[in-house]
Design a protein around this ligand. Structure first.
Ligand code: CO
Length: 511
């Protein structure tokens, strides 16, 4: 069947409806950003009502029976859907995926999940403050039960498992078995490597992070670095929050936040570069495809690959520090910095040390935190691990992977809000981001051999253009795994990340 005026009209009507839904979604994004940045505390309840209203309206729009009919009509037209990587076929594929998922959950289950999440978060916060897992246990059991029900409603292939249905939300196309195949060799190589680093007697001094620097100077440095990497301030801004994030309000409006600690400017620097990476991705999307999968980001893993690349592959390289050190001294104007060479700053930016808290972990050990969570939440979902045994299992794995004893549940299995919020299948995307980042970067270095020299001169536009062209402007044309194979010629694997970490850290730690 070729395009008739009827199918063409159906596709156009569908596109317009999805554009309108995306407008509502981006309005919610603005309210969400404002809630975290400038909203007075007193506005919380009203803002929650506003956001719930908008979410309800959006859900109603995208699950309307008419959308299903427009999809079916458009899908039947080979000129729209026949060529799998054409723009219309990609849009239809992803709209279908979203429609099916949004219509598969019964309303009663959605409401029970929403209510339980909100109560469970409050109970988690109290349990964490008291470091009392038994208080959170019944809530996690309830969340787990609801999450299993959700996975069954979504469905998964006969050779798959419930975890796959959850992953589909964050990392479309990925399966737990695939992730295990990548994570296992990574874990087996990273565990002894981290132990070698921990045992090394030649460590970076680590005093750079202790220099006191006023917030205003750090703000100037953040803006300088973000702009130098390629964040377009004409189409974005930076503000301050406790937990840094990046949020796109709409075409031409991408906002990042960072945090400043007087006694650790490297913390703000790392956060700023990380969020700048997310923002460069968002700013690189095709504005004319707003509301369409062709104008959307691939997955959380690919999003994280972009933030990690600017934070780690760029921001923790010696070439970057050779360019950046004089600027840091000039902008911060602190005499204590004069004693630091670029080499010393670079070494201090690459400290690796096993620690308890995921969000404070370094580039290498971070992945151990993630792999442990992946293994545990998968075991919980399969029923191989009961909730009451979670703290003991956590502590045992932690000792095995990171070599240190977890002192209490507050610094152990109670540290993250994710499970209390029902976010299972989310954690692996962080390490997938690190893996994709390293693998993409190896390919980019082959194609732009003088990249390090460019960084030494403070030139980052070739890297940004490459990412714009090969990743950002492709929207959701390929799912993450296929994008990786398409760009690098290989399936995602552990080798590039291990080469990146070992190549850099062995000389620094003299091992
Ligand atoms: Co991120």
């Amino acid at each position: 069947m070729t395009t008739t005026s009827a199918t063409n009209t159906a596709y156009k009507t569908l596109s317009k409806a999805m554009y309108n839904a995306a407008l509502l979604g981006s309005t919610a994004a603005l309210l969400g950003w404002e809630q975290e940045t400038y909203m007075p505390n007193g506005g919380r309840e009203h803002r929650a009502n506003q956001l719930a209203q908008l979410a309800g309206m959006t859900h109603k729009m995208i699950t309307a029976a008419e959308i299903g009919e427009l999809l079916s009509t458009s899908e039947a037209d080979a000129s729209l859907a026949g060529e799998p990587t054409s723009e219309s076929a990609v849009n239809l594929r992803e709209w279908r995926r979203a429609y099916d998922r949004a219509t598969k959950l019964p309303q009663s289950l959605v409401e029970e999940i929403t209510k339980t999440q909100s109560l469970s978060q409050g109970e988690w916060a109290k349990a964490r403050a008291e470091s009392d897992f038994s208080r959170f246990q019944p809530w996690l059991e309830k969340i787990l039960d609801l999450t299993r029900q959700k996975a069954e409603c979504y469905g998964y292939p006969s050779d798959g498992e419930p975890y796959d249905a959850l992953l589909e939300e964050y990392e479309p196309g990925a399966t737990a078995a695939q992730i295990e195949r990548i994570f296992t060799p990574l874990r087996d190589r990273l565990t002894p490597f981290v132990a070698e680093i921990a045992a090394s007697t030649s460590k970076p001094a680590g005093v750079l992070h202790e220099i006191q620097i006023p917030k205003e100077d750090q703000k100037a440095l953040s803006r300088f670095v973000s702009e130098s990497l390629g964040f377009d301030f004409g189409r974005g801004r930076i503000d301050e929050t406790t937990h840094p994030f990046c949020s796109t309000v709409g075409i031409g409006d991408t906002r990042i936040t960072t945090r400043y600690r007087d006694d650790n400017f490297a913390d703000a620097l790392g956060s700023t570069m990380h969020e700048t990476g997310h923002a460069i991705y968002e700013q690189g999307l095709r504005g004319e495809c707003f509301g369409m999968p062709m104008g959307s980001t691939v997955s959380l893993g690919i999003h994280e690959s972009q933030s990690r690349m600017w934070e780690n592959q760029v921001g923790r390289s010696i070439a970057f520090w050779e360019w950046f050190a004089p600027h840091a001294k000039r902008i911060l104007g602190v005499p204590a910095l004069d004693a630091f060479t670029a080499e010393r700053m670079y070494r201090d930016a690459n400290i690796v040390e096993p620690s308890y808290i995921r969000v404070e972990a370094d580039e290498a050990t971070y992945n151990m935190h993630i792999m442990l969570r992946f293994e545990l939440e998968r075991a919980l979902l399969r029923g191989d691990l009961s909730v009451k045994d979670l703290p003991a299992a956590w502590n045992r794995k932690f000792k095995e992977y990171l070599g240190i004893d977890v002192p209490d549940d507050r610094r152990g299995c109670l540290q993250d809000v994710h499970w209390a919020f029902g976010l299972m299948g989310y954690f692996p995307t962080y390490t997938l981001g690190n893996l994709y980042s390293a693998q993409f970067f190896e390919t980019i270095k082959e194609q732009i051999p003088d990249l390090d020299d460019q960084f030494r001169r403070g030139e980052f536009s070739d890297l940004k253009s490459w990412l714009n062209q090969h990743i950002h402007r492709q929207g959701m044309r390929y799912h993450a795994g296929d994008l990786c194979t398409h760009l690098t010629g290989k399936e995602l694997g552990a080798d590039p990340l291990m080469r990146h970490l070992e190549g850099k850290l062995r000389p620094i730690y003299g091992i």
